[in-house]
Design a protein around this ligand. Sequence first.
Ligand SMILES: Nc1ncnc2c1ncn2[C@@H]1O[C@H](COP(=O)(O)OP(=O)(O)OP(=O)(O)O)[C@@H](O)[C@H]1O
Length: 868
Amino acid sequence: MDPPSKSHASLFQVYLRLRPPPAANSTAERFLLVEAPEEGSAPTHITLNPPNDRRRAIEKFAFTRVFEEDATQLDLFQGTKVLPLVEGVLAPHGGDGTDGLLATLGVTGSGKSHTILGSKTQRGLTQLSLDAIFRSIDQNIVDCDTNASLETSIRSSDASEAAIFSATSFIDSIYTDFSVSTSSRAGSRAATPMTVRPQNDLFRPSLSDDFPQLPGCFPTSPRGVRLVSYEDEMTHVTLLSTPPSQMKKPSSLRRTPVASTKPKLANMSPNKHYMTLTSTAKSKNVTKSRSKGDFSLSTSRRQLQRPTNFPQVPDISSIRASCDPSAEYAVLVSMYEVYNDRIFDLLTPPMKSHNTKEARRRPLLFKSTELSPDRKVVAGLRKIICGTLKEALMVLDAGLHERRVAGTGSNSVSSRSHGFFCVEVKKRRRGRTSGPWGTSTLSIVDLAGSERARDAKTQGTTLAEAGKINESLMYLGQCLQMQSDANSTPKPNLVPFRQCKLTELLFSNSFPSTSLANSTSHRRAPQKAVMIVTADPLGDFNATSQILRYSALAREVTVPRVPSITSTILANGNTGASFPRPESRPSSDRSDPGRISPVSPTNTTTTTTTKSFFQPVNMRGRTFSPLSDTERATMENAALEIARMADMIEQLNAELAHETEARMTAEAHLLSLEDRAIELEQEIREECHADFEQRLAMEMGRWKASLSIEQERGEAHWDRKVEVLTRGVGVTLTSPSDDDDDEDYGNENEDKENVLIENLEQENERLRRENTVLKRELAGRTPTRRAPLQERGDVPSSKADNNMAGLGSRMEKLRVTSGNSNHGHGNDYGSNNNSNNNIGHSTGSPKKKVRKLPAKKWEAADFQDDFM
Ligand SMILES: Nc1ncnc2c1ncn2[C@@H]1O[C@H](COP(=O)(O)OP(=O)(O)OP(=O)(O)O)[C@@H](O)[C@H]1O
């Protein structure tokens, strides 16, 4: 098996790193062997020997290079060609840079985070890459702190709708500066492995009067001032921070006496953490929660302690990447994680939901934007402009505090999300203050590890997370598989990278958009990518072989053939030789337990079997008499049958294991889907509720406005009517001498009054007719039937008949008005009773009208009534 040709356009250079055995697992059987390389070259091939089962296929894998257990971080940095990636981003020869991607992949606990982020004493590839970048552009980097217009121009050139801040303001808003810690103080979950925090120091906050607060940032203390411990009402978590009640007055800084603070800190529960608010954090209660590298306990971001120094080894001061001397550079750092197939910013703090009061992050979209139509970007990230290596490391430290981790049976600090650390290098020609910035990005990715629920002993949310992790890694595997297939076939393979967020993020820059191929916009070069696969040679064989199967650049399988028992007996029995034992390998092979001699190409197909799977110990050393042909044939048949059945059992076992695994993954997936559905439901409910409230308020406002308009209109309408009536009545009441005094009524309203009088006359006429009809009807009735009608009082009595043909006692009331009217107009209104009715009918609402009559006129009416 030859290593893949480098000329082929591989998406990734794939390296394998083996981790040293963990102390607890040192007795486990080693299943991964590195083949000895040719003289003077680095190893590139490994062989996987299934432990405890000599009949399973032996697999052989090829990588760009294999790093054995003793490889250092510096070996990795130099050997994996990270420097060319950095140079690609810096574009030393002018023009735009090329995006770079550096990722780690492996089974949980195999050393991915160790490789990428380092440890307490050793720097990882992220820190080394940052160091290389800042060293290289040392003379060419712009200083945004002294030139505000630079920040503005960087902001306007950003295509990802990002919120861009200077490192100074971000760091000041995140970190406190108490150069203190007690031994009992809660450290951070995710204190970056590389950070070294002061230990056993006194709690000694420094004073500072002002501290910038980024929008949406956690309320923080000005470099440690105003820090008190208090119990968060919602979470009942003891926090070392400023109580909400005191947050409004930054000027009234109060130093908390050391004595009063210490005891509370000592009681701080290591399990209590602000991340208990999230579902992820709940999983931490299942197992112990510790940080990567630092192994200190959890604290909230509200109290991040400013790291005092960072590990300095390995030192790469002698290594320098070249940069473009005619350009000026700016470096922007952003961090995000892919958790349950959603993207979350690690530099933006969670916001409290209005309804649930729960701190949550908003998932971000990976999409094309107005300024980036041909290329998808993570939109809405927070990006920090860093001027120095230290600033970048502090931002990295802050982001890692937000990354989701949990303790599992496989790793005490296991990443539950795929972490992305992005170094965006902006570049433009030196001295062109208004020139555009070109951007290229180095993305460093710490993938979450694949894990088996049985080994990881996960449950609940952590199990669901594992399901999501495994699912996304399966899609990644399919994409990588396409790459290795592409090496063996000339047919172009389509990489199915749009299946999930992780693969989209990892591969979309490998395939720059062709949709705008004809447009004038500049076409970007495909990214350069390096994948470091980590493996534990003593770890989980099945999980490791699965990862290696899809990540290796080439693979070869050697199927052991079941030997004929007869031939074995004949070959060994007659001579009395014992069966070959594994340890009977040549001594040269045994000298290095991790290495084997290269497998000869002729042995790599299907027939290589160096060890018998039958070990009939009790037969060893005996001699046998020759067998007859029949016996031999029977034994051959029996052996074949046994071998066939053994094969079948093995196959069924493999299928069973596969099905079990699939079921567990599906169950975990289902759990995560349920979780997601609940979250979605909650979000939709919240949105609907807010929407409903908004609409309701709007409708209420509209309804009130239209009601008041209607009311006003009604009032005005009635007022006008009453006015007309009042005037009409007023005219009738007005004496000729009054007319002289009131010229307005006499002249201006003459027409209106005439109309009214006409109306009244018509009405009067109608009522008169009605009256006549009633009279006739009454006259036609018998006396016995008349009496009750009289009692009812709504028909004219004989007395009324004689006087003015009134309509009963109810009409009597209106007679007052009628009397008044008649007083002025005499026969114009016909009988008094008729004019009463006329008023009542013509207005439609006699009560209101009557009520609105001026008091004086009523008095006059009474007087008239009495007079009559
Ligand atoms: N090359 C190495 N040298 C020394 N220690 C190592 C090495 N690789 C891994 N380790 C140790 O193994 C442990 C697990 O490693 P690490 O956390 O990096 O695994 P991981 O692959 O990131 O796991 P997960 O996917 O669960 O996050 C850590 O304690 C780490 O320090």
